[in-house]
Design a protein around this ligand. Structure first.
Ligand SMILES: Nc1nc2c(ncn2[C@@H]2O[C@H](COP(=O)(O)OP(=O)(O)OP(=O)(O)O)[C@@H](O)[C@H]2O)c(=O)[nH]1
Ligand SMILES: [Mg+2]
Length: 413
């Protein structure tokens, strides 16, 4: 039996100053991985240096001939930056292949990987946000046949109608997402008493693998980009006292469009509201330094850059001893781990626990026997250092986060 033939794709990259050669190549390598995630076999690359992007053509005349020749047997041409509808049309005409820009490729992956209702709504919103500014040009032909001069009262032109429909649908999607976010908001408030850690970082860095290892959850781990689109929250296992909750969420990538980031707002709130962010990077990827930079930039963009950060350099099992040593020198505050090594995961767990230890306070509480519920809550959520029983009730010395201690004090007052 033969495998169904995979689709083939040609990559096109235009290097515009101040992008360096190595940045340009890294960006195309990434596009190749995005293509592979979508199921394409990449057959070649066309690269060109230009001083600026031209209005009509993606590449210059000379390169276009090469491109057309190389595109003869591919189904898709993937362009590494955003292009206008007319550029896409021109290129489609010239090559006979489907033309997608980088954002369209990412959106197609998101569309394929979205599972939950929230993720699906977020992806649809992102797709419409991508289409909206492109509607003018692609709808221009039909616009002329629509409500022309003298057609007053005949209503809107097709273009206006399309635009209005798009706006309405986007507003509806935002309302639905807000409603989901509100449910999430009350969940999050309930969690406010717990210590929270957010796993954030570049796509494929190993966030979900660490999530599994730290919490024993069964979130999806896959060697493809944007495997995770939903946010999962689980407590660290074996349990800590107090409990520490870990969240795993969508990954980042270079040139992630602002609208796409914005549409994942509610899932990324997890990162914003966390007490500690673990910035996970794949240390075996030569580009991981720029990945760390992108991670910080995106977090800043969504207003989630105020939490303390612990850098986690993952996949150390793929590094030589020398590489490990030089990374430890370069990133003295980072923790170097492999999600596949239990002793490393234990070390990461210990680092997380000790981060929260620093924040904890110790107090003594007197709990009357009539308040057994409070005692149960203390046992569940605090570290009990000492416990004594007498005729008045139970006296405990407990360590916990100040917010929780304040709540317990109030409950006993
Ligand atoms: N060798 C090695 N591979 C790892 C390690 N951690 C994760 N991987 C692999 O890297 C790939 C991506 O891992 P994930 O945990 O899905 O990465 P992620 O950061 O959640 O990625 P997205 O959800 O797509 O953003 C998988 O094939 C994992 O098995 C590690 O420490 N060592
Ligand atoms: Mg993941």
């Amino acid at each position: 039996m033969s495998e169904p033939r995979r689709s083939r794709a040609l990559l096109v990259g235009v290097q515009i100053p101040p992008t360096s050669d190595s940045e340009h190549t890294a960006s195309l390598d990434e596009l190749a991985r995005l293509a592979k995630t979508l199921g394409y076999d990449v057959t070649g690359r066309v690269m060109q240096k230009r001083s600026a992007l031209a209005a009509g053509a993606v590449v210059g005349e000379g390169r276009l001939a090469d491109l057309v020749r190389l595109a003869a047997d591919v189904e898709a041409v993937l362009v590494d930056h955003e292009i206008t509808p007319s550029q896409a049309r021109n290129l489609e005409k010239a090559t006979g292949a489907e033309v997608l820009d980088r954002t369209a490729v990412i959106l197609a992956i998101f569309h394929r990987h979205a599972r939950s209702r929230e993720a699906r709504l977020q992806v649809e919103l992102a797709r419409l946000a991508y289409l909206a500014p492109r509607l003018r040009e692609s709808g221009a032909g039909r616009d002329r046949q629509g409500g022309g001069i003298g057609a007053k009262g005949a209503g809107e032109s097709h273009l206006e109608l399309d635009r209005r429909k798009l706006r309405d649908r986007m507003a509806e999607l935002r309302r639905e997402l807000d409603a989901i976010a509100n449910e999430g908001g009350s969940r999050r408030r309930r969690r406010a008493e717990h210590a929270t850690v957010a796993l954030v970082g570049y796509t494929n860095a190993g966030k979900s693998s660490l999530m599994r290892a730290l919490t024993g959850s069964t979130v999806l781990v896959a060697d493809r980009l944007f495997a995770t689109l939903d946010t999962t929250v689980r407590a660290i296992e074996p349990p800590t006292r107090p409990r520490i909750l870990v969240s795993d969420t969508v990954g980042f990538i270079q040139k992630l469009p602002h609208d796409l980031v914005a549409s994942f707002r509610s899932t990324l709130e997890e990162a914003r509201d966390s007490d500690l962010q673990l910035h996970v990077a794949d240390a075996s990827d030569p580009a991981f330094r720029s990945h760390l930079g992108v991670t910080s930039e995106v977090l800043e963009e969504i207003g989630a850059s105020s939490s303390p950060v612990l850098r986690v350099l993952n996949k150390r099992d793929r590094l030589s001893a020398e590489a490990e040593a030089s990374l430890s020198d370069e990133f003295p505050d980072a923790i170097l781990v492999s999600a596949k090594r239990p002793e490393d995961v234990a070390r990461l767990r210990a680092a997380i626990v000790s981060f929260f230890e620093r924040d904890m306070e110790e107090i003594e509480l007197q709990i009357p026997y009539t308040r057994s519920r409070v005692l149960a809550e203390i046992r569940a959520n605090c570290r009990v250092v000492e416990e004594e029983h007498d005729e008045r009730g139970t006296r405990v010395r407990v360590r916990a986060r100040p917010e929780l201690l304040a709540k317990l004090r109030a409950a006993l007052a």
